[in-house]
Design a protein around this ligand. Structure first.
Ligand code: ZN
Ligand code: ZN
Length: 262
């Protein structure tokens, strides 16, 4: 029996995953991945994610708009997202945050939208699923201005040690994706020991960022097993222990029940 795993961040509405979600979930299950959270990057994709979660009980959804796509949100978009966030399949607000790597949307606009999503997460009592790339200081500053602690995740962990430490001090969980397995990812691997067991999560970010040894192929939830095995080795624990610990964390944070793992 492979260790039990939960993929806390994938995009099942993206091709090629969306072509045959049942087969994707079956392959995931064979690797021990009992539950997945599919993440919204726009209103339309958030809607698609909720529909997928309605079809498959082992999938839950997060709704949000990616910082690179947040330029054209208006009152109608916010109202629709607010309504979606109330659906029983929705377990988080995301992915939302700040991205200064691509710079497709100006930072001030990203900050304004991110503040709106933080308010939505609070109003709906949901954890916030954060994307942060090359905007580490502005992100921590914004979170600290709003509250002393946050329930949520820094997904696809990256950045300096100070960022991870700052996020942990705010109460956030840290999720590692497939890029942590890359041989040249020494700086990223150095972040792993900073995260205590009870704040550690794993994800694929599928269909992106496939880990070693399937790097370069389309990623899918089954491949979170490679990332889990790599992290277990790095932390000096068994794959079963790492799976049990990260799955318990995901279940607690997203309020998932065992009943949903079919
Ligand atoms: Zn992201
Ligand atoms: Zn993502």
């Amino acid at each position: 029996m492979p260790p039990e795993l939960i993929d806390t961040h994938c995009h099942l509405d993206y091709p090629p995953l969306s072509d045959d979600i049942a087969a994707v979930l079956q392959r995931a299950r064979a690797q021990g991945v009992r539950q997945c959270v599919t993440i919204g990057t726009s209103l339309e994709r958030s809607r698609a994610g909720v529909l997928i979660a309605q079809r498959f009980p082992q999938v839950r959804a997060a709704v949000g708009v990616h910082p690179n796509d947040c330029a054209h949100m208006d009152d109608t978009t916010w109202a629709a997202l607010d309504e979606l966030a109330a659906q029983p399949e929705v377990v988080a607000i995301g992915e939302v945050g700040l991205d200064q790597y691509r710079k497709t949307v100006e930072l001030a606009r990203q900050q304004e939208v991110f503040r709106g999503f933080l308010a939505l997460a609070r109003r709906r009592a949901l954890p916030v699923l954060i994307h942060c790339r090359d905007a580490y200081e502005p992100l921590l500053k914004l979170l600290r201005e709003r509250a002393a602690t946050w329930e949520g995740i820094i997904h696809c962990a990256s950045g300096p040690a100070e960022f991870i430490q700052g996020a942990l001090a705010l109460g956030l969980h840290i999720s590692f994706a497939g890029n942590v397995t890359f041989p040249n990812a020494k700086a990223l691997q150095a972040l792993v020991p900073l995260v205590p067991d009870h704040r550690l999560l794993i994800e694929t970010d599928a269909p992106f960022l496939a880990p070693q040894p399937v790097r370069g192929q389309p990623n899918e939830p089954a491949h979170v097993a490679h990332t889990a095995a790599f992290l277990a080795q790095l932390r000096g624990v068994s794959a079963a222990a790492l799976g049990a610990c990260t799955s318990a964390n995901a279940r607690r944070l997203f309020r998932l029940s065992d009943r949903e793992s079919v």
